[in-house]
Design a protein around this ligand. Structure first.
Ligand code: DQA
Length: 154
């Protein structure tokens, strides 16, 4: 099971960026935690990419079109990008949207996500823990889907 973890603009600054909102963990810390969790799940391969550029994120989604799942925190592009959800829908990858902060408890412009209609669901407000929950949920769903496919083949 191959899962891509994408992070958008300014998330490279995690750890020092407004820690009272986003927490003290760096993106590298989150990667380590996710890799440890993936090792426990055994059958999961992870790839990580952070970019401040919308087109790089779109390219990454297209390049991983054959992968099984996507965990994405698009940062501020959540509230502006049509190209990212279009890429997700175009390749049909099962997606969970993650936000460290609770976007609904913040400024009104953060309340709308263009990503959500293209995603299976959203986890928002639980800090770095959201990425770990997303990995668990995606693993569960993909395992269930594979079991259903096996049944259909019998
Ligand atoms: C964010 C929330 C966005 O509104 C913001 O622009 C970010 C981070 C979050 O993880 O809470 O960059 O996606």
């Amino acid at each position: 099971m191959r899962i891509l973890v994408l992070n958008g603009p300014n998330l490279n600054l995690l750890g020092s960026r407004e820690p009272e909102i986003y927490g003290l963990e760096t993106l590298a810390d989150i990667e380590v935690l996710m890799r440890n969790q993936a090792a426990d799940l055994e059958d999961v391969e992870l790839a990580f990419l952070q970019s401040n550029h919308e087109g790089v994120l779109v390219d990454a989604i297209q390049d991983h079109r054959d992968w099984d799942g996507l965990i994405i925190n698009a940062g501020a592009l959540t509230h502006t990008s049509v190209a990212i959800p279009d890429a997700i829908t175009s390749v049909g990858i099962t997606t969970i949207e993650v936000h460290l902060s609770n976007i609904f408890a913040r400024e009104a412009f953060r309340h709308h996500s263009y990503i959500s209609p293209a995603a299976w669901g959203m986890i928002t407000g639980f800090g770095y823990r959201g990425y770990l929950v997303a990995l668990d949920l995606l693993h569960d769903l993909l395992t269930e889907e594979a079991a259903i496919e096996d049944l259909d083949e019998d």
